[in-house]
Design a protein around this ligand. Sequence first.
Ligand code: SF4
Length: 334
Amino acid sequence: MYSGKIGITTTVPVEIIYAAGRVPVDLNNIFVAAPDAGSLVAYAEARGFPQSACAWTKGLYGVIHRYGIREVVGVVEGDCCNTFALCEVLKSEGIVVHDFGFPSSRRADDLQTRMERFAEELGTTLATADAEKERLDDIRKLARRLYELADAGCVPSGDLFGGLLNTSDFFGDPERCRKELADAVARAEKDSAVSDRERIRLSCVGVPTIITDLWDTFERLGGRFVDHELPRQFALLNGIGDGMVETYLRYTYPYDVFRRIEDVKKEAGKRDVRGIIHYIQSFCYRQIEDRLWREGLDLPILTLEADRPGGIDERSRTRVEAFMERMTQQGRTG
Ligand code: SF4
């Protein structure tokens, strides 16, 4: 099913892959949706990955081998510091690895050079990719519409998350992605007549969660995520209609945390967000940034951590319940 496809370790200029006539597949999406996600982590550990490495990194490794992926784009700058070592291991095992990086300088000429080199490696050009972007932007417009509807409270947290996230690789099948997003938009438009602004409006930041029932847990307690920072950024909503370089410079995730905080703060203000969930992953270096998120956002923040893929654990559930209770009390008194 995945042979011949190019695995991506995070969001990359996916237009270049499509322009080259190739099919991208986001390894993260396969991992977290896999029925045996835990065994993919165990597979990596059996092949020498340490217990103390992040489960996402191990899961990606497990996906590559279990699903027969032979070619990967590894983002070795502007994403995860583990990816460099992961790519070294993959290269040693005969997997074809294309290194890509978002330059820390965040200069247009540096990013353009990286993109041109990546396009050349895949046998295409940046100009061809720019043309491909028009087609994909047309689908991103549906993601933007879904995000607009979410502001009315009529898009369940999980639907918003999935709708935005799927644009990271467009399922490797842009027309299928277009259809699924169009269906989600149609459902939300139908439900907008009964939009639910009574729910506690939340935003999630940090790294992608490995907790499979996190959105449902909050929904059951009266919460609703009206913003999901990461998939919103992956969907490149701020670059629709613009050129490749301009768009990927605006994309905040690969660069410093301060612009991410500013971006979340702006969206939270516009969307009347009442509380923030900062998801952190066990053994992830980005945990250090928790302090900066707390200092930068003037809203109640709950930091949640998990290690292995699966449902929410009892301790975290109790903390979520206490946080939501506090939010509800504030709503009554505020
Ligand atoms: S959670 Fe952190 S350590 Fe794990 S893959 Fe993501 S950025 Fe890397």
